[in-house]
Design a protein around this ligand. Structure first.
Ligand SMILES: Nc1ncnc2c1ncn2[C@@H]1O[C@H](COP(=O)(O)OP(=O)(O)OP(=O)(O)O)[C@@H](O)[C@H]1O
Ligand SMILES: [Mg+2]
Length: 338
């Protein structure tokens, strides 16, 4: 699926279920995408669409009530879903590392940063304590924090610094894939931009791939090479980032684009997507977006539409594309019941 030759991660037909008191719910339904080496791949979509569930799967960090009920996650040619405990230990941190939604939750408040860096390095390498401290100092410098701050506790850093500390830990063992789930959400826009620029600069320097998750689509378009748009546990579209706002291939993508202010150019009137996200306990026959789609046709209520390559490197799961490329912007929208 990737336009780049070398694939770092290949997710195929991934299904993830949660067992709840109301029964099983499928939070991720048959998702497939590739991430190329050195590529930044974004996942965007409304809250609850399954972005974090995909991220946790790629790190195999799920715990009950979640379980992976199908598919493959192939990293460097090996399916990580088949890994035993020792293979997983090697995979985590060394091959893939995760930056979680909230930095404060991923740092231990009662340990100094030196202890936290050493914990990771001692557990996964043969380095001595002294070598670990030296490496920790280098990692702090990489994210523009003075090594003298190693002996500080997390609460002694600002929110932006804490997020950079988490990024530094993720870089500790030169992981080839870094999964970033809302890495800058809790920060003001200036710090957010600084951190993203830093991440991009580090990616260029060290060559890792990034799975980047946010529901801020404008930010994502600037930062990513390709973007997957998720709706109700499925991929609605996968396209080059530059096309997502200007030439959406799915009505949901178009709706998301209309709901965000443009970063450049003229101001425009923002229009929300009518209706509410799909209740995963009541998945309809046909397209999951049908109740909110301004272009809905009979076929959308009758037939399921799989993610299909509609042009080189552009994938859409919309019946509007069944007969070839259709520009959703050229169609006449119909009013949708909110
Ligand atoms: N522990 C759980 N038990 C039951 N259902 C869960 C659990 N965790 C997540 N879900 C459900 O799985 C779906 C996907 O959740 P997920 O956290 O992956 O969404 P998300 O896209 O990351 O949302 P956000 O943008 O708010 O972070 C949601 O419908 C959510 O209710
Ligand atoms: Mg999430």
């Amino acid at each position: 699926m990737s336009q780049k030759k070398e694939v770092q991660l290949s997710v195929r037909n991934l299904c993830v279920d949660y067992i709840t008191s109301n029964g099983d719910v499928r939070a991720v339904n048959s998702i497939s995408f590739d991430i190329g080496k050195g590529e930044v791949f974004g996942l965007a979509g409304e809250s609850g669409c399954g972005k974090s569930t995909v991220a946790f799967s790629v790190c195999r960090l799920h715990k009950p009530p979640a379980f992976i009920s199908g598919g493959e996650i192939v990293f460097n040619g090996k399916d990580i879903l088949e890994f035993d405990d020792e293979q997983l230990r090697q995979y985590r941190w060394k091959e893939s590392a995760m930056v979680f939604q909230s930095a404060m939750n991923s740092l231990n408040p009662v340990l100094t940063m030196e202890e936290q860096f050493c914990d990771v390095l001692l557990a996964h390498t043969d380095m001595t304590r002294q070598e670990c401290v030296k490496r920790a100092g280098q990692l702090l410098e990489i994210v523009d924090i003075h090594p003298s701050r190693l002996t500080d506790y997390p609460h002694q850093f600002s929110g932006g610094m804490r997020q950079r500390l988490v990024i530094a830990i993720a870089l500790a063992l030169n992981a080839k894939l870094i999964i970033m789930d809302e890495p800058t959400t809790a920060l003001d826009v200036v710090v957010q931009r600084e951190i993203l620029q830093k991440i991009y600069q580090l990616k260029e320097e060290f060559g890792f791939s990034i799975l980047f998750i946010t529901h801020d689509i404008s930010l994502m378009v600037e930062f990513c090479d390709r973007i997957g748009i998720m709706y109700a546990g499925e991929l609605a579209e996968v396209s080059p980032a530059k096309n997502i706002l200007t030439r959406p291939n799915h009505p949901y993508t178009e709706g998301l684009g209309n709901a965000f202010p443009p970063l450049h150019g003229e101001k425009k009137r923002l229009v929300g997507i009518p209706g509410t996200p799909l209740n995963l306990f009541e998945v309809p026959v046909g397209c999951r977006f049908q109740a909110r789609c301004p272009y809905v046709k009979d076929v959308c209520r009758q037939e399921y539409c799989t993610l299909t390559e509609i042009a080189p490197g552009e994938f859409s799961s919309c019946h509007l594309h069944n007969d070839g490329m259709i520009d959703v912007k050229s169609l006449e929208p119909k009013p949708v019941q909110a």
